[in-house]
Design a protein around this ligand. Structure first.
Ligand SMILES: Cc1ncc(COP(=O)(O)O)c(C=O)c1O
Length: 355
């Protein structure tokens, strides 16, 4: 850090993403909840077609992608805000809805970008611990806040709250309520149908996970037209480039490929969870594209993560109180699950315990 960085941010400021493989040598990347399958085969031609037009700025509101998303969810174009990934949508929520000194209520655990944004925008981060089963305590809705964020399914646990419960619990919550549904396609249901009843709710989605487009950077929010207009007022001039607009449309239109990604993840999630439990791991029931699992007694999560890394398998270990006993493991395809499980069954407690 230089001496010029805002002092209030502190020396260690910043979001810590999952490690990128350091070389091309056969790594299995299960640490950033990316798709195990590549994107739709139609994507390359769509992106190449858009590349021919790169001399011209894209639509500031990401049309025609915005319209495709509106049709997908049965809402008006004016109810959709598209940005450079869900991360940028969240950033715009902070830009639009909080002033320095305001309070942002979020769950703990939850998405680790949120406290970073809170610091960046000089707002008070007010984490509320979820119940052991992932449920929201009543105070989550009651604490005063300009912005309130629920991640559903949650990260890193994979816990999912049924939309009806969120409807009942957050009905009277003040301020803007963001339901971050980055992982919703792997869960039984969405909060999108509830938006009509809540003018202060925003449902945030991404194409990074179930459409295999983490590298293209497309996320969006759906909500009341007035709140969406607020987001547009604070966004970058052209947040989504022409290639991303065209690629995202191609991915959304390839419904069969999207289904294949979701079905593969759901199938492998069950297989991975079952087998880990047979091996003595404790696994949180997940509705996302990852599992949060603690190794059997005698092993520390950090040591297991290191042993896996020695074998070129990357998983995520959060060295934070309350989370450090488990690993967040992205669900891969069949061969990825086989490779991971073969490695884990070969680890015995005496090799990895306590070191
Ligand atoms: C809960 C949650 N929200 C948002 C995002 C960011 O998605 P995007 O890749 O669209 O920025 C992630 C990424 O992992 C996430 O876990």
């Amino acid at each position: 850090m230089s001496k010029f960085l805002r002092a209030s941010l502190g020396a260690d400021f910043g979001y810590t993403p999952g490690e990128q493989p350091p070389d091309d040598g056969g790594w299995l990347k299960l640490n950033s909840n990316e798709s195990p399958l590549p994107p739709s085969a139609t994507l390359a031609a769509a992106v190449a077609g858009a590349a021919a037009d790169l001399a011209r700025y894209p639509s500031p509101v990401a049309e025609p992608l915005r319209g495709v998303l509106a049709n997908l969810h049965g809402v008006a174009h004016e109810q959709v805000f598209v940005a450079n990934g869900a991360d940028q949508v969240l950033d715009c929520c902070f830009r639009a809805f909080v002033s320095p000194g305001d309070v942002v209520v979020r769950t703990q655990p939850g998405y680790s970008l949120l406290p970073v944004l809170a610091a960046l925008f000089s707002v008070r981060d007010d984490p509320v611990a979820v119940e052991d089963d992932g449920a929201l305590p009543a105070e989550f809705a009651l604490r005063p806040a300009a912005l309130r964020v629920v991640v559903n399914p949650n990260s890193p646990t994979g816990h999912w709250i049924e939309p009806g419960s969120l409807d009942a619990q957050l009905r009277d919550a003040e301020g803007i309520v963001v339901i971050d549904e980055a992982y919703c396609d792997f869960a039984p249901a969405s909060c999108l149908p509830l938006l009509g009843a809540h003018a202060n709710w925003l449902v945030v989605r991404t194409l990074s996970k179930s459409h295999a487009l983490a590298g293209l950077r497309v996320g969006y929010a759906v909500g009341d037209p007035a709140v969406i207009a607020d987001l547009n007022a604070v966004r970058d001039s052209y947040p989504v480039d022409r290639c991303a607009i065209a690629g995202a449309i191609a991915a959304i239109e390839d419904v069969e490929h999207h289904r294949l990604i979701v079905d593969t993840v759901i199938r492998e999630r069950a297989r991975l969870s079952d087998r880990l439990r047979e091996l003595g791991w404790s696994v949180v029931p997940s509705q996302a594209n990852f599992v949060f699992a603690s190794p059997p007694p005698g092993n520390t999560a950090g040591a297991v993560a290191q042993r896996l890394r020695d074998h070129r398998i990357l998983v995520r270990h959060f060295a934070l109180a309350g989370l450090d006993g488990a690993l967040r493991i992205t669900v891969g395809d069949g061969p990825a699950t086989d490779r991971l499980l073969a490695m884990i069954s070969g680890l015995d407690g005496s090799n990895v315990g306590g070191t």
